[in-house]
Design a protein around this ligand. Structure first.
Ligand SMILES: [Zn+2]
Length: 330
């Protein structure tokens, strides 16, 4: 619910307006008003509890097939919200309800509060996706094709949320998805600013330990796989000793092929300089290769076509000749 709406509800309640009148005025349910009046901790705990019941017990829920439908149930005790809170406590910010054993239901022994990266590591493989269909779903993130689970792990929301937002077009022109819970209208990159070096290295180590694919890590953090291996290979002290912070590269005035790094000849991309002349040469060479390939394949095709035509003609000729003789005999 939008903060402005919550403010408005609170104001009307303080003015002594009856709940049903507020509901009618604002076009929302009385339950929504009740939820808006709850402290944030309480509200988010109720949301989790409610959606747990929905996906396990309500056959009309879109996720029922991967929960209730495959025998994941809510224990009798937890059908009461108060028992649930007594066992689990209020939901800590950013954490979600995680089942330790994915094949068992929701009960005090099998549940903990966990972050999405941990949940991601414990999930069933994507081929058995909880989303309808078996294909892995991708979204565009920082210009790369990334699995929604990877994006969700970083954004700290459920993969289904990422997918729903993607489908409903909540993205910038270059493909970045918007927001986390409550639709903050911020692209994920802003929501999750680039961590500093030591923080980033720590993230890489913990994600590798969780079993997140290296491709995903490199895409999400905007670093190369080489950097990831170096992070894993060397201790932080060794890394600091080895790196010059890019000073060697910055000191260079010309590209490896001898073109100057002048403003008009330099492309800045991800903080690195690239030579425009070299890029142009590469592009031209690639276009030349493509054209040659097309020319050659067209030539080969024509050759093949003419050959077939010649053979067909010969066959017709032979057939006509054969018929001719048979007719002559008849
Ligand atoms: Zn160059």
């Amino acid at each position: 619910m939008k903060p402005e709406l919550v403010e408005q509800i609170k104001k009307m309640r303080n003015d002594g307006v009856a709940t049903n009148v507020i509901a009618r005025e604002l076009g929302i349910s009385t339950w929504a008003i009740f939820a808006a009046m709850l402290p944030e901790e309480e509200a988010r705990t109720r949301r989790v509890w409610n959606s747990m019941k929905q996906r396990c017990l309500n056959p009309k829920n879109t996720r029922y097939s991967t929960y209730g439908g495959r025998g994941i149930t809510v224990c009798e005790r937890w059908k009461s919200y108060n028992n649930f809170v007594a066992d689990m406590g209020l939901r800590p910010a950013g954490l979600t309800l995680e089942r330790k054993n994915n094949d068992l239901g929701y009960n005090p022994e099998n549940c903990v509060w966990a972050d999405w990266a941990t949940q991601y590591a414990n999930k069933r493989p994507p081929t058995e996706a909880w989303i309808a269909g078996t294909r892995k779903r991708f979204v565009l993130f920082r210009g790369q094709k990334v699995g929604i689970r990877e994006v969700a792990a970083v954004a700290g929301v459920a993969p289904i949320t990422i997918w729903q937002r993607w489908q409903s077009g909540l993205r910038t022109d270059d493909g970045l998805l918007y927001g986390r819970a409550n639709f903050t209208s911020r692209p994920l990159s802003k929501l999750w600013p680039m961590p500093d070096r030591s923080e980033r290295d720590g993230l890489v180590r913990s994600w590798v330990a969780l079993g997140l694919p290296k491709t995903a890590i490199s895409q999400l953090l905007d670093i190369s796989k080489g950097t990831i291996s170096r992070i894993l290979r060397f201790s932080p002290q060794e890394r600091a000793r080895r790196t010059t912070g890019g000073a060697n590269m910055r000191a260079k005035t010309h590209c490896p092929h001898g073109h100057p790094y002048s403003p008009e000849n330099t492309i800045l991309y991800r903080g690195s300089r690239f030579c425009r002349t070299c890029k142009k040469l590469e592009t031209n060479a690639r276009e030349k290769r493509t054209k040659r390939y097309l020319r050659e394949s067209r030539r080969a095709w024509t050759k093949e076509y003419l050959k077939k035509k010649r053979l067909a003609r010969a066959a017709v000729k032979a057939m006509l000749a054969g018929n001719g003789t048979r007719e002559a005999k008849g």
